[in-house]
Design a protein around this ligand. Structure first.
Ligand code: DGY
Length: 352
């Protein structure tokens, strides 16, 4: 037997992936498996120490992967496999420079995140934060039913003559799945702004027409971001986090939005300027915001200006958190790492 066939390939996993998924990696004679032993985000020092000699790393969005980690791993590192579709936490340029592959988990979370987009649009528009809080705090008796108490803009079109427009920043799989969910709500028009990372140029093309026909919409159109801001009833932020999308929703964008409109962000916190959003919400410049991600998360204290805004519903990055989706994401992340460690093509690699 040659020496290389007896060598074990080390895979480091920064979070236990649970009983449904760990068997993919456990008990494999060719794999030396090292798993962060605690039920909290992995300490960086532990990762730096344990990455040494790894062939693959399975990481979470809470792990920052940069030159320091790659140096610690050494020249045998073939792949980083993130259990996420987003990869803002990974220095992809550094990976590309070293010919290290990046595995990620698109597709499997599309439906779960689209569900949360609709949930946030409804919760934010219909005052779920304030109204649920008053019940939780025992204050319902002080607010007996009254004709216009706690009213908000209706997500669904109230009548055929009052149509709704959905706006998107970033128009990938999750945006399209969200749009499909809005059709039964009576949305007839979709406009989307350039995902600044997209290489696609120009205005609407045949695929927009095909999508509109398939969903039974009056139109799907690519427009400039000012138009997304000013014409949408709900703006969904669903573009990847990157330097080119940083604060794409800034004060100017927010001030162009309708006073009755709702902003939903389920992509990355860095796309929305939190201070500007808090100011515009306070002044009534838009109706409400529903956020699954916030700049600076998870360090969002109770006195954060957005947490204090009654019409800003904030969830702690749970867009993909369904039992089914998380098992699928974890399985794909484990299989990506396993394939890379064994020198095989990963089931789902990003083109770097
Ligand atoms: C992702 O996959 O990028 C999500 O944000 C984590 O659910």
């Amino acid at each position: 037997m040659s020496q290389s066939s007896t060598l074990k390939h080390k895979i480091v996993v920064t979070r236990n992936l649970g009983p449904d998924v760990m068997p993919i990696l456990e008990g494999r004679t060719e794999i030396d498996l090292v798993v962060w032993p605690e039920d909290r985000a992995c300490d960086r020092e532990w990762l730096l120490r344990n990455a040494t000699g790894a062939a693959a790393l399975v990481i979470m969005v809470s792990d920052k992967i940069d030159a320091e980690v790659l140096d610690a791993a050494g020249p045998g590192l073939r792949a980083v496999s993130t259990m996420s579709v987003g990869y803002e936490h990974v220095d992809v340029k550094e990976l590309a420079k070293r010919s290290i592959a990046l595995g990620y988990t698109p597709d499997v979370l599309t439906e779960a995140v689209a569900d949360v987009c609709i949930m946030l649009a409804l919760m934010a528009g219909r005052n779920a934060k304030q109204t649920a809080a008053l019940v939780n705090e025992g204050n319902w008796p002080q607010f007996s039913w009254a004709p216009f108490l706690f009213c908000g803009p209706q997500l669904s079109a109230p009548s055929p003559s009052r149509q709704r427009t959905a706006g998107f920043i970033g128009f990938g799989r999750i945006a399209k799945a969200t749009l499909a969910r809005l059709v039964p709500f009576g949305f007839t028009r979709c406009i989307y702004g350039a995902n600044p990372n997209s290489t696609r140029q120009g205005s609407s093309d045949d695929s927009d027409k095909e999508l509109a026909d398939r969903l039974g919409l009056a139109s799907v159109r690519r427009v400039d971001l000012d138009t997304v801001a000013s014409e949408s009833d709900v703006v969904f932020v669903l573009a990847p986090g990157s330097p080119s999308t940083y604060h794409v929703v800034n004060e100017e964008f927010l001030r162009r939005m309708k006073k009755t409109s709702v902003l939903v962000n389920a992509s990355r916190g860095t796309l929305v300027d939190s201070d500007a959003l808090a100011r515009v919400l306070k002044e009534g410049g838009i109706w409400a915001a529903g956020l699954d991600v916030v700049e600076g998360e998870p360090n969002i204290p109770a006195d954060h200006p957005l947490v204090r805004e009654p019409r800003c519903v904030i969830l702690p990055h749970i867009g993909s958190a369904t039992n089914e989706t998380r098992v699928d994401m974890a399985s794909l992340a484990a299989n990506n790492a396993l394939a890379a460690a064994l020198g095989e093509p990963m089931p789902c690699a990003l083109n770097l």
